[in-house]
Design a protein around this ligand. Sequence first.
Ligand code: AMP
Ligand code: MG
Length: 421
Amino acid sequence: MSKPDIAPPPLRNDCFALPAGVNWTPVDEALALLRDRLTVVTGVETAPLRQAAGRILAGDVLAQRSNPPQPNTAVDGYGFAGAVPEGPCVLPVLQGRAAAGFPFAGEVPQGYALRVLTGAALPKGVETVILEEDVTLELGHIAFRGPLKQGANTRKAGEDVVEGALALPAGRRLTPADMALLSAVGLAEVSVRKALRVGVLSTGDELVEPGDAAGPGQIYDANRPMLLSLVERIGFEAVDLGRAEDDRAALSRHLDCAAQRVDVIVTSGGASAGDEDHVSALLREAGAMHEWRIALKPGRPLALGMWDQTPVFGLPGNPVAAMVCTLIFARPALSLMAGEGWQEPQGFEVPAAFAKRKKPGRREYLRARIRGGQAEAFHSEGSGRISGLSWADGLVEIGDGAREIKPGDLVRFIPYGSFGL
Ligand code: AMP
Ligand code: MG
């Protein structure tokens, strides 16, 4: 049979290079756009303190009481007035004591000392405390050696937080430490944001549920369990929206239903511009799609759009790209919509334990971990290598420009924890 005389496409010498003439948006520009355009979408409710940990403050919280509320002693010992000069000092000890929760009712006259226990309010006349380990107690007197500054071993009222001062700002996601602070300054309940409901939908005819039989050409849906867990760990309410086939009508029904149930829809797969990329196609048809060709590896095509007034984050199907795009793009965007404000992950510079040459034109994130104070990179950059995500403790971020990294050179490491994981 004669074959048609058609030429193969010119061999692409550099098939991973960015397409010529196409505008790839730098990561920072894409982030700035999201930051500019998104706003808080969650309502407000009151939560008792016990239920408030992990929630986001809806308004500034002012201290209702100073911490400490009154001057008190920082140690067990003896309290008296004034300072003590260099040299020995002997003071008569009064009857009674001041303990935490049991203030001393009387006044301590100048030249006398009183037994005081840690946390006790300083009685009238007491300004300074000497540690019990530093005194000899005999014949109703204490003897110790100066010098001792006035106010030694005591805590001033409000030295930590003054009544009426800002204890915690709006947008703060409450930590265990914040529970202590809010309690100490007298709050029993706080005004918090309602949880941002984030729906997670997988797309692709090839996907089957973990646990089901997988035929040839089928793969287990890895993204949905990962994304649901990411959403929860970052601090939002994850809603499982299931899977949609690569079929526009089916996907459209899924999105309609999702838009009623959640504040934000996160999809994975079908976000590029190919024949089976129905997420981007549908959003484009709906007239509310912005294809984000981001200069980012792994990642690149993101389909951001609105479906029935609900924002849709169309992530790439590749699990590695899906996770990186979630951490880099979705997380700050979701945080902003949730009322937490834009969250920049904090990284730090560490010596690289690897070598890498990188071309200019896009930012790269490597799966990495810290061992012996150095950043190791996963042995493969393949974006299908899910095991590398588990192997890693975080990401190494390599800026948009060209870079030649040699072992020992400083690279920026961002631990997973800095993304809220
Ligand atoms: P797509 O963006 O739909 O072209 O998908 C890109 C690659 O990611 C393909 O190899 C898909 O099979 C794979 N993929 C898409 N969705 C998932 C998923 N939920 N779990 C695992 N792999 C996926
Ligand atoms: Mg697909």
